[in-house]
Write a protein that binds this ligand. Structure first.
Ligand code: ATP
Length: 616
């Protein structure tokens, strides 16, 4: 496929990412509750269940030791202080110290108990996400911006782990503490307890309202985070084009605009949380003030002991944290629920499946396309199928060139062979077997491919080439490099051990193409698909590669997308693709004689070629 030279800043567009259309439209609200989303974490969290339970127990005991303090205080005030008995004070003061130490020790234990297993849970989830991304079809990756996937593998994963470590534990523990503390307050003085509980009803309504609104903002912020990651990634990968077209300022502006959007959403979240917090903190304080006034009157009237009032107030104060923390625990849980939704949006995507189609095997050899149809899922409804009934037979051992005007679907047709895309109609057979009956892994070992845009990974030359045939010998590696005329490798600082790709040495386009070609031929594949593999080579090197390829291609059935007559000459026959069909098949000379369309195509493309290249 030709490189997209459009320097305009890319607009990320993900599926269901209503917020990522650049318009700032919020995503649709979650269709189910945050609890249901979070429950989906269970299969992963299961391995850490005992540790999480241990963490809840430790935090629960720590909180109970906080609640025991008022009881001891009551005894101190009503006992040693009222009686002015200092001797009796020391044991009770010692008990307070022990309770304080126990609280600190237990909170520390809570943290230690879960840290390691939850790191494992996060690693397992991230590993599954990565494996899933490898199994998902190419059409999925066409639709999803990489930044959205990146943010799911990083910040969302962090939110989910943190939820299991902290909010989950404290939502349970704080609820238990709240119930126990409330019961304690009722046993101390039910009238004061009722006054203190008055704000509970409005707070429940308010938190429910908050939760719904916060969920929307949380989702929006997380999606915008993904968009931002996409802009960063694409501007780093496309830095040369951005600079060459002087678009780096526009890209920076694009980045700033998206940053501002994200900042706006984060500020809205902070506003919501601040408002909720003001009410969560303010209302109970007010109620507590009333309880204090009523309590003081009751003490003055001798209806209540001073010690009980002190105990009541310190219990109510001990309950401040469980109530006040509710706001951000809910906020955090919501973000974790959104992160979980985003994670499972990817995990729930249908994978490539090997399902025997039941098509009877044919006896024919070579590659046969029969009535093959294809359209991209996102193609406009009113356009015809890109491939509208391809009938083509590439005989065993034959090299077939595929030519056609730009954008007619050559690359797409070749991508159907290793099932990078699924044909939407018709069938393709390899040596008589329908490709849908061949497990994908085996199919992709049978069919080696090299694309016009060669992708190298951050690894050594050896590792990059041997990706085409893991376990191949050094001789096979050397032969493949020789076939691809990749002699330049010897001059690299560490030969075949030199690191190339993003983190390594930069290679020229032609050098990269030759390594990609070596990767395709190293396993001596039975079927070879080359998508204009020589486009970046100079004429002299191309001729040398062609000569070497001829030897490789003797035992291989090959389909080669060709743009230049010199590549066409590598083939035994040529197929002309036009209007979604194979319009003509024959040798280069035959087609030149019989097909005006072919003649026009070749003469048009032959213009920049050096004289005589067609006559070779
Ligand atoms: N992933 C995709 N999703 C949707 N449409 C696509 C996708 N890839 C390619 N297309 C469209 O399908 C058509 C055929 O593209 P394809 O790359 O197969 O053409 P080609 O014949 O190989 O072109 P070229 O000679 O320029 O390399 C083009 O109109 C292109 O815009």
């Amino acid at each position: 496929m030709a490189e997209n030279q459009n320097p305009a800043p890319p607009t990320p567009a993900g599926p269901e990412e209503a917020s990522t259309d650049g318009s700032g439209t919020p995503s649709p609200p979650r269709r189910h509750s945050a609890v249901r989303s979070l429950l989906r974490l269970w299969p992963y969290a299961r391995v850490a269940r005992w540790r999480i339970a241990g963490s809840v127990a430790a935090a629960g005991l720590a909180s109970l030791s906080v609640l025991a303090v008022p009881v001891v205080l009551r005894r101190i005030v009503d006992g040693p202080i009222a009686d002015r008995d200092l001797g009796a004070l020391w044991p009770l003061a010692g008990l307070l110290l022990v309770l304080g130490l126990a609280e600190a020790g237990l909170f520390y234990t809570r943290r230690v108990v879960v840290a390691r297993p939850l790191a494992k849970v996060e690693t397992a989830m991230r590993g599954d996400l990565f494996a899933k991304l490898q199994r998902l079809p190419v059409s999925f990756h066409d639709r999803w911006p990489s930044g959205q996937l990146l943010s799911r593998a990083t910040s969302d994963m962090f939110l989910m782990r943190l939820f299991l470590a902290f909010p989950l534990v404290f939502l349970i523990v704080n609820s238990m503490v709240f119930v126990t503390g409330t019961a304690l307050m009722f046993t101390l003085d039910w009238r004061l307890a009722l006054i203190t509980l008055v704000p509970a009803a409005p707070l429940t309504v308010l938190t429910r309202y908050f939760e719904q609104r916060y969920a929307l903002a949380a989702r929006l912020a997380q999606d915008q985070n993904g968009d931002l990651a996409t802009v960063v990634e694409e501007s780093v990968l496309g830095i040369r084009i951005l600079k060459a077209f002087g678009r780096h300022r526009a890209m920076s502006e694009e980045f700033r605009a998206r940053s501002r959007e994200l900042r706006g959403t984060e500020l809205r979240k902070a506003d919501m949380l601040a408002n909720l917090w003001a009410v969560i903190v303010g209302l109970p304080e007010l109620a507590l003030g009333c309880a204090l006034a009523v309590g003081a009157v009751r003490v003055a009237d001798d209806h209540l002991s001073a010690g009980t009032l002190v105990a009541f107030l310190s219990t109510a104060l001990a309950l401040r944290w469980p109530v006040e923390s509710l706001g951000w625990l809910l906020a955090f849980s919501n973000e974790a629920a959104t992160a979980t939704d985003r994670y499972f949006e990817v995990m729930d995507e249908p994978e490539e499946r090997d399902e025997p189609s039941g098509t009877p095997a044919r006896t024919e050899q070579g590659i046969r396309f029969t009535g093959v149809r294809f359209r991209y899922p996102d193609a406009p409804a009113d356009t015809p199928d890109l491939l509208a009934g391809i009938d083509l037979h590439v005989r065993p051992g034959e090299t077939m060139a595929l030519v056609g005007t730009t954008g007619c679907g050559k690359t797409t047709l070749t991508a159907l062979l290793p099932r990078l895309y699924e044909a939407t109609g018709g069938s393709i057979t390899l040596d008589g077997t329908d490709i849908r009956d061949i497990p994908r892994e085996r199919l992709r070992r049978l069919v080696a491919v090299a694309f016009e845009e060669p992708t190298l990974f951050s690894a050594s030359v050896r590792e990059n080439v041997l990706m085409g045939a893991p376990g191949a010998s050094e001789e096979q590696l050397a032969t493949a490099l020789a076939t691809a005329q990749a002699g330049f490798v010897e001059k690299l600082p560490a030969g075949v051990g030199t690191q190339v790709g993003e983190q390594g040495l930069s290679l020229s386009g032609g050098q990269r193409q030759r390594l990609a070609l070596a990767r395709a031929v190293v396993g001596d594949p039975r079927f070879l698909v080359l998508d204009d593999p020589l486009s970046a080579l100079d004429v002299h090197t191309e001729a040398l590669v062609e000569q070497a390829l001829r030897e490789v291609l003797v035992g291989t059935t090959a389909l080669i997308v060709a743009h230049r007559p010199s590549t066409v000459l590598l083939a035994d026959r040529v197929a002309l693709l036009a209007d979604g069909r194979i319009a003509a098949v024959g040798t280069h000379q035959e087609l030149l004689r019989s097909s005006p369309a072919y003649r026009a195509l070749m003469s048009g493309e032959a213009a920049p070629e050096p004289e005589g290249s067609l006559a070779r």
